[in-house]
Design a protein around this ligand. Structure first.
Ligand SMILES: [Zn+2]
Length: 141
């Protein structure tokens, strides 16, 4: 982003401009948006995930335990806690109807998320391979 006062490029999280020292106030809506994105941001695990496994975990275990179990498999703890908390409120508020609907919704979302995660994992692997293109430097000693 750019400083509102001097127009120089500064870091997104800078509260004060390092060039002119003036405070960068962020509108409340932007702040909420930021923290919201932090919560829903995908973590990139080491390995690709099977979308079918994610969805089945979310769906079948959802009936017995809790819908968010699929997120544990996907290593998305922020999503696990977010949906866990939503569920805590949603189930009593809907007199249990959420108990039927939530596992279906979560399974669907977990399936989609597994696809997204795999894309991110593969993109990161390609990046790493790209960075290791010149490994033969210290081989002849
Ligand atoms: Zn400035």
């Amino acid at each position: 982003m750019y400083c509102k006062f001097c127009g120089k490029e500064i870091e997104e999280q800078d509260q004060f401009c390092p060039y002119c020292g003036r405070e960068q106030t962020e509108p409340l809506s932007a702040r909420i948006n930021h923290s919201g994105r932090k919560w829903t941001e995908l973590k990139v695990p080491n390995d690709t995930k099977n979308p079918g496994v994610a969805a089945s975990l979310g769906f079948f275990l959802g009936w017995f335990f809790l819908g968010p179990i699929g997120y544990v498999y996907l290593e998305q703890w922020n999503w696990f806690w977010l949906t866990f908390i939503i569920q805590l409120f949603a189930v009593p508020l809907t007199f249990g109807i959420a108990w039927i609907i939530i596992p279906v919704l979560l399974a669907f979302h977990q399936y989609q998320q597994a696809h997204q995660i795999n894309k991110l994992v593969l993109a990161r692997r390609e990046k790493q391979l790209g960075g290791e293109e010149h490994p033969e430097q210290d081989q002849q000693d």
